[in-house]
Design a protein around this ligand. Structure first.
Ligand SMILES: O=C1O[C@H]([C@@H](O)CO)C(O)=C1O
Length: 550
């Protein structure tokens, strides 16, 4: 089936947390309209850019784009930005059922509100390996009152200005700034609703309606700009059944950590006291934060949805309980009978030492000492047509220079800009080990959720400290490693991934924290570009693709 959508992308005044600001909306909606399809369907999105001064692209997060790498929606990698006033048509197949989302992939437009859900149901006649009575979904994120232009500028200024703590956490685009929903007796200093219009329908708490006794599948996507978020459904246990579009071995948890770029499905049964409603809550994890809990209402029918729980907002594990996070990540394993990693040693191994560095006094992130500098020509076109001046021909290094110390600020803080490409033999198996380190600040290392375009990878293992190739590779999980498109590397730790380079195209692999990507925390992978047919003209027209019309 072909599913057609017509989208107008525009600026809009909106008050997701009762404070008005300019956001980027689709068809006047925030979050953007949900796309719902069956596996095998073709999605056609005709997008018109009404932003008077900014380009737009949309990335379909978790969708492989097999045969259509030019519709992956990454500015200057898969396409030129869609200019103000222009219309661009995305057309791609959703090959696999699962919980996905879409978002802007230029500058920090996701943080400006440009995102929405993309849910793919099984092909007709296929059955899920678990049962449920209802299907619910939420996207969760963090929210700033400063514009993203202000945020982007701060990141590249001297002195550096970080985006800082978000003001609010939103569930399906709704929150409450400085004016908690929780009864005031529980929250010191709340109820201070200065400048908030709490009667604005745009910031009424999102409601998840349930019938007592029934079981629900709740799909959750962390689309945050920065924050790792812990999700709690007050009084209800969660059974994790899906991660990033793959079934996992069902596991029961009290609360769920989601890193930016991850999606999960959990099952829960509405088996609590039906005379009241409950909180659905999100809290920041992994960064010391003063941002209050984000809240939505789990509404037991037929209670009114306006009946707020009289209980305090749910509390998550301590922000710096990284063992909790690591242990929960290790619970996510492939469901029996689903794809396992190729067991042989990989054809190529990359070790990525990720560091916070400086270039000309500006704070950057680097991979093996290279900070990604976007090109002005889509890299896909540069490779396909052999435009050698469009990007760095020197391939970036497969390994870090040694010795390195992950426990202290990097001694040589000067990194180099680069736009080189990691080119893989088509259909080869690639291992990537991401090694986390201390930032420029002593005694500080941060979580980074790494996201791969065009593929899923098996998470072979997580470890603490320095990765030792000979010994640590012996501990890889080749039995039931989960397939994912996003995985977190924890402070001072490492994570090992394996994927098959079998999708012709050019694919970013990057930290999903928008600020970090903006600071250069990414690389470009490519394989099989020579197998692609002529690229659609609609993706060209910037950089060298302005002059060399193939
Ligand atoms: O990229 C970042 O910069 C700041 C800090 O490390 C530098 O001041 C921070 O918290 C980040 O995540």
């Amino acid at each position: 089936q072909i599913r057609h959508y017509q989208w107008k992308v525009d600026y809009l005044y909106f008050s997701p947390d009762c404070i008005e600001k300019v956001i980027i909306a689709i068809n006047g909606q925030y979050p953007g309209p949900t796309i719902r399809a069956h596996a095998g369907d073709t999605i056609v999105v005709e997008l018109q850019n009404f932003l008077p001064t900014a380009g737009v692209v949309i990335h379909w997060h978790g969708i492989h784009q097999i045969g259509t790498p030019w519709f992956d929606g990454t500015a200057f990698v898969s396409q030129c930005p869609i200019n103000p006033g222009e219309t661009f048509t995305y057309k791609f197949i959703v090959d696999r059922a699962g919980t996905f989302f879409y978002h802007g992939h230029i500058g920090m437009q996701r943080a400006a509100g440009l995102y929405g859900s993309l849910i793919v149901d099984l092909r007709h006649g296929e059955k899920e390996p678990f049962a449920y009575d209802g299907d619910l979904r939420i996207a969760i994120n963090d929210w700033w009152h400063r514009s993203v232009y202000d945020q982007e500028t701060g990141l590249i200024s001297i002195p550096f200005r970080f985006v800082g703590d978000p003001q609010s956490l939103l569930i399906e685009g709704r929150g409450r700034y400085n004016c908690s929903l929780v009864p005031t007796s529980f929250v010191l200093g709340s109820g201070d609703c200065v400048n908030c219009n709490i009667s604005n329908p745009q910031c009424q708490p999102f409601v998840l309606p349930v019938e007592p006794g029934k079981t629900y599948r709740l799909r959750i996507a962390n689309v945050a700009s920065l924050s790792s978020l812990n999700f709690i459904l007050e009084g209800h246990k969660l059974t994790i059944v899906e991660a990033d579009g793959y079934y996992v071995d069902p596991v029961v948890v009290e609360n769920l950590d989601l890193y930016s770029g991850e999606t999960y499905s959990v099952l829960f049964t509405a088996n609590q006291d039906a005379s009241r409603n409950y909180w659905a809550a999100i809290n920041v994890r992994g960064r010391k934060s003063s941002t209050p809990t984000g809240l939505a209402v789990l509404n037991y029918l037929l209670n009114p949805s306006s009946m707020l729980p009289s209980t305090p907002s749910p509390v998550s594990p301590a922000w710096n309980d990284f063992d909790y996070s690591l242990n929960q990540s290790k619970l996510i394993l492939a469901r029996k009978g689903y794809e396992v990693p190729p067991p042989a040693k990989a054809d190529r191994e990359l070790i990525f030492l990720t560091t916070q560095n400086k270039i000309d006094g500006r704070i950057k992130w680097a991979i093996n000492n290279i900070t990604y500098a976007p090109t002005s020509t889509p890299v896909l076109a540069a490779l396909k047509y052999g435009w050698k001046k469009a990007y760095d021909l020197n391939p970036p290094p497969d390994y870090p220079s040694r010795p390195f110390n992950i426990s202290a600020p990097p001694p040589n803080v000067n990194a180099k800009f680069g736009s080189g490409v990691y080119k893989f033999q088509f259909d080869s198996v690639v291992d990537v080990i991401i090694q986390n380190t201390n930032t420029l600040n002593p005694n500080n290392s941060e979580i980074h959720p790494w996201h791969l375009h065009g593929h899923d990878f098996w998470v072979l293992g997580h470890g603490k400290g320095v990765f030792h190739p000979a010994t640590d590779s012996q501990s890889y999980n080749l039995k039931n490693a989960p397939l994912k498109n996003t995985v977190a590397v924890f402070p001072y730790g490492w994570v090992a991934l394996r994927f098959r380079a079998d999708n012709p195209g050019v694919w970013p692999f990057h930290c999903h924290i928008e600020a970090h990507l903006h600071m250069g925390m990414g690389v470009i992978f490519a394989e099989g570009w020579d197998r692609l047919p002529k690229l659609p003209k609609s993706i060209l027209g910037c950089g060298l693709s302005k002059f060399y019309i193939p």
